[in-house]
Ligand binder design. Structure first.
Ligand SMILES: CC(C)(COP(=O)(O)OP(=O)(O)OC[C@H]1O[C@@H](n2cnc3c(N)ncnc32)[C@H](O)[C@@H]1OP(=O)(O)O)[C@@H](O)C(=O)NCCC(=O)NCCS
Length: 178
């Protein structure tokens, strides 16, 4: 299957529309040690806090969380926080839960960036990575993110023009060549 065909089959299901089972599935992965170790908030998230959080998203215009679905199966989570409508920017975050397709992580992120820059009024995506998260740093560099600060955390940014004019196609070719 080509990447464009896979893209058509990937859906972003807003957390506020998840069933109870789906919300619990997402929480289970978010609480796994190998996911938590790469997150800025490392504590185990309790079930009732998770449901309160999802409920709060309904009235929070600065945050959007999506389960990433392929063939009816949730395989990742992507989110935008700190959404600023005035300067058209947001911070993104993500984790991959399982691998129904080859290069599941990069594919999910490629589709998400196309979705953000083509369908939302956002011109800059910011990212914060822990220094220890080499895998994520490599992915960000491949995707055209530029480091603008690096102390305990690595701060990066990707501009809409760079993505649409250069990196979207470049990453597509990379994924299809693997
Ligand atoms: C960052 C992330 C989404 C994508 O990373 P990635 O390495 O580019 O992932 P890809 O899906 O493109 O995988 C590339 C290859 O690495 C290997 N790999 C990646 N993740 C793996 C995993 N969880 N288990 C086993 N192998 C894995 C596989 O060989 C894979 O190739 P394949 O899909 O053909 O088998 C994923 O590593 C992740 O969820 N990390 C934890 C959460 C996180 O760090 N989030 C970002 C915070 S800033």
């Amino acid at each position: 299957m080509s990447l464009s065909e896979i893209e058509k089959k990937i859906k972003f299901k807003n957390f506020v529309d998840l069933s109870k089972e789906e919300a619990l599935q997402v929480l289970e992965y978010r609480n796994l040690p190998e996911i938590r170790k790469n997150m800025l908030t490392k504590e185990i998230i309790r079930e009732d806090d998770h449901f309160k959080f999802i409920d709060g998203l309904k009235s929070d215009r600065r945050k959007e969380y999506y389960a990433v679905v392929f063939n009816e199966q949730i395989f990742g989570v992507v989110n935008l926080t700190d959404i600023h409508l005035t300067n058209q920017s947001a911070l993104w975050g993500f984790y991959c839960m399982n691998r129904p397709i080859k290069l599941a992580g990069k594919t999910m992120l490629w589709v998400f960036l196309n979705f953000i820059f083509e369908q939302k009024e956002i011109n800059s995506i910011y990212s914060i990575i822990l220094e220890s998260n080499k895998r994520s740093l490599d992915v960000h560099k491949l995707f055209g993110f530029e480091v603008y600060q690096s102390k305990d955390m690595i701060n990066l940014v990707l501009k809409k023009d760079d993505w649409l004019k250069k990196y979207s196609e470049q990453v597509k070719q990379f994924i299809e060549s693997q």
